[in-house]
Design a binder for this molecule. Structure first.
Ligand code: T4K
Length: 389
């Protein structure tokens, strides 16, 4: 028998041409009141400083040092180039141990720099890279560990640090999902040699497009700054290769405004996370990822795992939701190790990464964003509960 579900759509449904119910996307970017941003635009028009380490860029970098508990913050134009600049600054060679369970940017950033990703499995309780599997994959060619704080949940940072120390490896965290996350009272971004963030429109903190690298020393920050600015040292000295990964003044100014709203955004996301947990926790066939007690999350994603005890497959549920104009996403499917450019790697062989393979088959990320209405959230839960046992 179906579980009881909440009926919330009383009254006439407004006429729409394409679909009777409004579309609900996996996320919608938070935008601050436009009038807060306009004075920043006026200032840019006045000074004509558009990019190249301008005043808003410097201001946002400085404000973020407080948020990230690190003095060494370098803004970038997006998360992919934050990863690239970190890899470049770390001067990696050979093999890098990484997770197959992430967005494609993680592995592409390595491969595009001529590095060989070595995939290892994840832990079942948080889908982050398994430290025991890292240790087993180290070879004389390994130069680094590229771990991902998936959905903003902290990796096993202490264990990873201990392994890296023992084997003299660099740690780069892909922290694209981890803006504002705190672990044991400290910013999660302050762990590792480098942490690369994304400020993309779909993230908990957005600057339209944008990103940052947090490093753990002045030298590393300078190396990142050089990597994001063509490898230029000064007007006549260009000692290294580099790309253009600079953040513009418009994006930086927008970030300054957004930062004022971040705690409010976090609170609104938390309320949505709480309601999902109340309504979907305990449903047969659906597993949730628990938030550990020593973590202050940013609630940027709400993944559910649809296991074999649910009456329909994950893909069927995805389709059912879509028919009701609810656009969940399969973050992260397909598994990166199954992509055509990686499937030939020895570490990518089918069956070697069982936990990640299973998660990629089961995961569905549900809509979560500050102005997701209560009514819409109940509509999503109803649509799922209607099909549960
Ligand atoms: N590492 C990790 C672990 C990452 O997850 C990402 C990015 C990166 C690195 C690289 O960071 P960036 O270089 O992107 O800064 C999205 C994002 O484009 C991507 O940033 C993100 N991860 C990834 C997980 O998700 P798509 O292709 O799923 O996005 P899209 O365009 O389908 O957007 C999803 C929904 O969001 C739409 O259905 C509607 C809504 N949306 C989206 C955009 C862009 C809006 O309402 N407004 C918008 O402007 O990849």
């Amino acid at each position: 028998m179906n579980k009881p579900f909440v009926r919330h759509l009383g009254g006439p449904i407004p006429h729409r041409e394409l679909h009777p119910l409004n579309p609900i996307y996996v996320t919608r970017p938070y935008l601050p009141p436009l009038e807060e941003f306009l004075p920043f635009l006026e200032k840019i028009w006045e000074t004509r400083v558009l990019t190249n380490n301008g005043p808003f860029h410097q201001e946002l970098e400085s404000q973020l040092t407080g948020v990230f508990d690190s003095q060494y913050v370098s803004l970038t134009s997006n998360g992919m180039l934050a990863l690239t600049a970190a890899i470049d600054a770390a001067k990696l060679t050979g093999e890098v141990i990484t997770t197959p369970y992430s967005f494609v940017a993680t592995t592409h950033a390595l491969a595009l720099q001529g590095l060989e990703p070595v995939f290892v499995d994840v832990r079942s309780h948080d889908l982050n890279i398994d430290p025991d599997a890292i240790e087993a994959a180290i070879t004389p060619r390994t130069s680094a560990i590229m771990a991902v704080h998936v959905y903003g949940n902290p990796c096993a940072v202490e264990a990873i640090e201990e392994i890296a120390k023992r084997h003299d490896l660099i740690i780069i965290y892909d922290a694209a999902h981890a803006f504002g996350v705190r672990y044991k009272g400290r910013s999660l971004l302050s762990y590792g040699d480098f942490a690369a963030l994304s400020f993309h429109a779909t993230k908990a903190f957005n600057t339209f497009e944008g990103g940052a690298v947090v490093s753990n020393s002045e030298d590393r920050k300078l190396a990142v700054n050089s990597a994001r600015n063509f490898g230029i040292a000064d007007e006549v000295n260009i000692p290294s290769l580099g790309t253009n990964a600079k953040m513009s003044e418009i994006n930086a100014a927008f970030g300054i405004v957004q930062l004022k709203h971040f705690e409010q955004v976090r609170r609104e996301r938390r309320a949505i996370d709480t309601l999902y947990r109340e309504m979907l926790g305990g449903v047969t066939g659906i597993d949730l990822i628990d938030i550990p007690e020593d973590v202050e999350p940013n609630y940027s994603y709400f993944p559910i795992l649809v296991n074999e005890h649910f009456p329909m497959s994950r893909d069927m549920l995805y389709g059912v939701l879509k028919e009701q104009n609810i656009f969940s996403r399969r973050y992260f499917f397909p598994l990166l190790s199954s992509l055509p450019m990686y499937e030939h790697l020895p570490s990518a062989a089918l069956g070697l990464l069982p936990i990640a393979e299973r998660a990629a088959r089961q995961v569905l990320s549900l809509p979560i964003y500050p102005d997701l209405s209560n009514e819409d959230q109940l509509r999503i839960c109803d649509a799922i509960l209607m099909h549960s046992r």
